[in-house]
Design a protein around this ligand. Structure first.
Ligand code: ADP
Ligand code: MG
Length: 237
């Protein structure tokens, strides 16, 4: 009986916000281009996970989203796939440089995982992704960023270093993701996150993902997201 109760809790879905787009049941429902559909199939993703069903149409509509779901629920694709669409929607003859999509994650390992996932979908379109985190030579990273990219996946500290070194500018950035926001706060990255957010134009789309929503993260979300839709999957502490 307790098992059943636990199971029901893990299935709970709560969506709140105004004018929320309806969830999808399939990747086809998302209206992805054939190249992206092929990349999804190549990953072996047959249908969207629960959080993806809810979050994909909302993120694709351009809304800010707070996504709360436990580890392993497929949060990465729910911001990476719409990011590819967002980038492909940009006017081609843009003179500006620097990333369009900026993803912050708490650790190297997580940033690297997201980077790999982003690359799989970006490849089909020739979209360039760079990983920016400690443990790599700053000079090599500087050179790579100078060469240009549309996506940056970074830990906050190293991204700040690269911004200070003028390895990149945020003038073109319009899609910001804060992944595992609770862990970034636990690791003391709040000042760095605020500094990064402050360098990105306010008319950006902002997505915040977290396994839990402590007060401090809630406060940040209220400050930096506009008219967000909140999607919670499972009972979250
Ligand atoms: P989270 O960020 O919520 O912890 P991830 O995005 O890392 O979860 O995804 C967890 C695992 O599920 C990864 O191995 C990922 O490749 C896989 N995955 C994601 N979406 C799907 C899907 N739609 N179908 C099958 N596997 C998926
Ligand atoms: Mg994740």
């Amino acid at each position: 009986e307790q098992e059943v109760a636990e199971y029901r809790k893990s299935l709970a879905i709560c969506v709140s916000g105004f004018d929320v787009p309806r969830p999808v049941k399939t990747f086809e429902d998302c209206g992805f281009a054939p190249e992206l559909m092929r990349a999804i199939a190549k990953q072996g993703y047959e249908k969207p996970t629960t959080i993806q069903c809810q979050a994909l149409p909302i993120v694709l509509s351009g809304r800010d989203v707070i996504g709360i779901a436990k580890t392993g629920s497929g949060k990465t694709a729910s911001f990476v796939l719409p990011m590819i669409v967002h980038i492909m929607d940009q006017p081609e003859l843009q003179k500006e440089e620097g990333p369009i999509g900026v993803i912050c994650a708490p650790t190297r390992e997580l940033a690297h995982q997201i980077f790999l996932e982003a690359k799989k979908f970006a490849k089909a379109y020739g979209i360039r992704a760079s990983a920016v985190y400690g443990g790599m030579s700053k000079l090599d990273q500087f050179k790579e960023l100078k060469a240009g990219c549309e996506i940056v996946v970074a830990t906050p500290g190293r991204l700040i270093d690269m911004l200070k070194m003028k390895a990149l500018t945020m003038t073109r950035a319009t899609y910001l993701v804060l992944d595992e926001a609770d862990r970034m706060f636990d690791l003391g990255f709040e000042p760095q996150i605020r500094s990064i957010v402050g360098q990105i134009r306010p008319d950006r789309q902002t997505l915040l993902f977290s396994a839990t929503m402590p007060r401090k993260v809630e406060k940040l979300a209220r400050e930096i997201l506009s008219d967000p839709v909140r999607v919670t999957v499972g009972e979250v502490g």
